[in-house]
Design a protein around this ligand. Structure first.
Ligand code: PLP
Length: 355
């Protein structure tokens, strides 16, 4: 007999429901620790307000319209970035109205989708190729929209982008001439600096990026092309870009959940950077510990996995654990009862609340 799916069954359709104690979550489940999540969002909001820069939060971290909406309504974000047109579409159709695809979009169909999207949201994209500018312009004209373009310059990451200076200026001029496109500024993301552990290494790499951005901005200004947006920066280096006086739109993504590697990078005093904390976890259960290893019901390469057991929260260092993580885990927002208890000994005494 067909089961009535209008009333989801906890443990089958959903891992938990609002009001349930944390230890009753059907595992594995991807959860957000709400206190820390909100703290991370507020910390970066305070930072951008103090430093007079914008935040365009990178949605690659969460790929969630709910989180993006929260970053925009509560976290000071002017919009979001994403890496693919399909991600942008998901966000725009959920009501996010300002999206930068922080990548090159070269497939003609994807370009058409990008132009369609610009009917209901502010849409921008990165470019590093003259033919691509022409393709984007044609699609924008056909859809009767405007697509904002950031000229991406390679400031050391060796990933995408034209050379700073003259090459960038030539491309910017082509965009400015193209009907349907708007030259919106520069994309200058130094990705290879983000996870460098030593502060001085990150500082030197961003210092060099800033020098190249300055050269390009000055050249563009001399040609009458102002940069409304100078974009870049991630969770590892954003303070350096913000202090440059040049970058005005930060693209931090990981800050909202954080990851284990970012917690290993050091500040100027050689101490771990402590601005943000982990807020995303997989809750899972110990299935057996009869062999030398403890097996839990999750999979993938996971750093700092937290397991709920009868004793409370327990942190495992286990990696590459096989079994049955669902392909599309639901995200649950949790608020824990006692904020003063350290996570490794905390009893699972929170309860689940909806966002
Ligand atoms: C273009 C761009 N901007 C910003 C970010 C965000 O970096 P993070 O997650 O380190 O904050 C990324 C990350 O890959 C990126 O590719």
């Amino acid at each position: 007999m067909e089961r009535d799916r209008s009333a989801p069954v906890v443990g089958l359709d959903v891992p938990a429901e609002v009001g349930m104690p944390v230890e009753e979550i059907a595992t594995p489940a991807l959860i957000i620790e709400l206190d820390q999540f909100e703290k991370n969002v507020k910390t970066l909001k305070d930072f951008i307000e103090t430093h007079g820069v914008r935040l365009r939060a990178h949605a690659k971290t969460h790929k969630s319209a709910d989180v993006a909406r929260y970053q925009m309504s509560q976290g000071g974000a002017c919009g979001v970035c994403c890496q693919k047109v399909s991600e942008a579409q998901a966000l725009v159709s959920a009501g996010i109205n300002d999206v930068l695809v922080s990548n090159q979009v070269v497939d003609k169909r994807q370009i058409r989708h990008l132009a369609e999207m610009a009917k209901s949201a502010r849409v921008m994209v990165c470019v590093d190729d003259a033919d691509n500018v022409d393709d984007l312009a044609r699609a924008a004209q056909a859809a009767d929209v405007e697509i904002g373009c950031l000229v991406e310059i390679d400031v050391g990451a060796g990933r995408c982008g034209v050379r700073p200076g003259r090459e960038a200026a030539v491309l910017a001029g082509r965009i400015a001439q193209a009907r349907g496109l708007k030259f919106a500024g520069l994309q200058a993301y130094q990705g290879s600096a983000q996870h460098k552990a030593e502060f001085e290494t990150r500082k030197a790499l961003i210092g060099e990026a800033v020098r190249q951005v300055r050269e390009t901005v000055d050249l563009l200004a001399a040609e009458g092309l102002g940069c409304e947006i100078v974009a870049g920066a991630g969770t590892g280096t954003f303070a350096l870009e913000a202090q440059s006086g040049l970058y005005n739109e930060l693209q931090c993504g990981s800050y909202v959940f954080m990851d284990a590697d970012y917690q290993r990078i050091l500040d100027e005093n050689g101490e771990p950077v402590s601005m943000f904390g982990n807020s995303l976890f997989i809750v899972t259960s110990v299935m057996t510990s009869t062999l030398n290893a403890t097996m839990i019901n999750a999979s993938g390469t996971i750093h700092g996995l937290f397991v709920i057991s009868k004793a409370g929260w327990m942190k495992l260092n286990t990696r590459q654990i096989a079994a049955n993580t669902p392909m599309n885990p639901r995200i649950w927002f949790l608020r824990f009862g006692n904020a003063n208890t350290s996570r490794s000994t905390k009893n699972a005494n929170g309860s689940i609340r909806a966002r």
